[in-house]
Design a protein around this ligand. Structure first.
Ligand SMILES: Cc1cc2nc3c(=O)[nH]c(=O)nc-3n(C[C@H](O)[C@H](O)[C@H](O)COP(=O)(O)OP(=O)(O)OC[C@H]3O[C@@H](n4cnc5c(N)ncnc54)[C@H](O)[C@@H]3O)c2cc1C
Length: 394
């Protein structure tokens, strides 16, 4: 291969560049990114950057050492086999990595802030002034983090959630309901069961006809893969760029990684969407290997974390609806607790850990191995998760 082009200069795009060079690719390498900034980390945008603790999320990377031609402010607009169109001209490629990430789901109306880029974060931070009335739409991971920062800056914050409990896109109500008291404790008003029909610069219109006013509206209702530029190209899309476990798309010599993907997972026999930092960090090494003709697959136990209302929340796995939940600690009483999803024969499929990072590390490993655990032992916070492996314990 003489020229590999990477479309999208976020974490996945940068990791693809690093992996290609690390795995011995020595041909021409071009990194194309729509934003004016070199690659940066997004998780700090809704945490340290908004809180004012740090403001430079730039990822360390040496373009000269990596011999990569970085073209910022350049947007991929169309794709044919062997050719990528951008708003700055057409690039021929022998290999292509698609890493264009995701973009926020938008609500009808204008004037709301959506938090995806570092420019969004800087703009939002400057508007989080004490006394401001802020409405956050969505009590998911991002909404909770924005509410945390806004409350910390002395804003009067209301979070509107369509579902009956927070984080319903990821967690069942019996777990999500334990997040609700965190809002009140931080001085944030959480109103569940409120569907926003439209946003305005000075508030929101609810579906039931009421109008709520605010000086600032921030929307965090999920993301969708940034694939609009690929529609009509003929490349297979399925709520994201459809890739196999080797991260190959429907075209030869075109791979994809990170938030843009809808990856077939043999482990779960379903398509899994990226959407998490860990995916964008680790998948590109497999995408690079596939492009270079090596036989590798990527099918991990998904992992996401969030920092909200002073708590470190980590979630790993992919439970089935039929799994039962086992609690470790009392979420209504204990500052830290975990919950585990178990199959009918006590195999760990997923876990959430609040302030218990060791549970997460060990539980994720057990979920990866699909081993059986002693459900009774698992409820005891004094017993390590590792020690609950059936047969080992006792
Ligand atoms: C505020 C915020 C906080 C987050 N916090 C967490 C967290 O705590 N934990 C966690 O697990 N995950 C978190 N995430 C998710 C995580 O950041 C993403 O999963 C990760 O950034 C995905 O990386 P990516 O490179 O695939 O996509 P992106 O980071 O979206 O990067 C894609 C890049 O491609 C560019 N691009 C898009 N279209 C084109 C085009 N046509 N041509 C050229 N370039 C294009 C985009 O502008 C972007 O720069 C957070 C995300 C956000 C926004």
């Amino acid at each position: 291969m003489e020229r590999v082009v990477v479309a999208g200069a976020g974490l996945a795009g940068l990791q693809a560049v690093i992996a290609l060079r690390g795995q011995g690719y020595s041909g021409e390498l071009v990194l194309v990114g729509a934003e004016p900034h070199p690659p940066y980390n997004r998780p700090p945008l809704s945490k340290a950057v908004l809180l004012g603790d740090a403001d430079d999320p730039t990822l360390p990377f040496d373009a000269a050492a990596l011999k990569v031609d970085v073209r910022l402010d350049t947007t991929a607009t169309d794709l044919r086999e062997g050719e990528l169109d951008t708003d700055a001209g057409t690039l021929a490629y022998d290999g292509l990595v698609i890493a264009t990430g995701a973009e926020p789901v938008r609500l009808p109306g204008d004037g709301a802030i959506y938090l995806r880029t570092r420019d969004d974060a800087v703009a939002l931070r400057s508007r989080l002034q004490a006394g401001e009335r802020v409405i956050v739409v969505g009590a998911g991971w991002i909404g909770a983090e924005v509410a945390t920062a806004a409350a910390r800056h002395g804003c009067r914050v209301t979070v509107l959630e369509q579902a009956a409990t927070p984080v319903t896109h990821a967690l069942p109500a019996e777990v999500g309901r334990h997040f609700a008291p965190w809002y009140a404790a931080a001085g944030v008003e959480l109103l569940c069961g409120q569907r926003v029909a439209a946003v305005r610069p000075d508030g929101v219109d609810l579906a039931d006809g009421r109008r709520l006013s605010a000086s600032l509206v921030v929307v965090g209702v999920g993301v969708r893969p940034a694939t609009s530029w690929l529609e009509g190209s003929g490349l297979a899309l399925d709520h994201g760029v459809a890739v196999g476990p080797d991260l190959l798309t429907s075209w030869p010599a075109v791979v994809a990684a990170g938030d843009v993907t809808a990856r077939w997972s043999p482990r779960y026999a379903t398509r899994i969407r990226g959407e998490h930092w860990d995916d964008a960090l680790r998948a590109p090494a497999v995408a690079a290997a596939t492009l270079l003709g090596r036989d590798e697959t990527y099918d991990p136990v998904p992992y996401v974390w969030s920092e909200q209302f002073g708590r470190f929340v980590q979630y790993a796995g992919h439970p089935a609806a039929s799994d039962r939940i086992v609690w470790r600690g009392d979420p209504d009483r204990d500052p830290s607790w975990s919950a585990f999803w178990l199959t009918g024969d006590d195999r760990l499929t997923a876990l959430i850990a609040v302030g218990r990072p060791r549970d997460l590390v060990q539980g994720r490993r057990l979920a990866d191995r699909g081993v059986r655990v002693d459900a009774e032992l698992l409820t005891d916070p004094a017993v390590s998760v590792q020690a609950t492996v059936a047969g080992l314990a006792g």
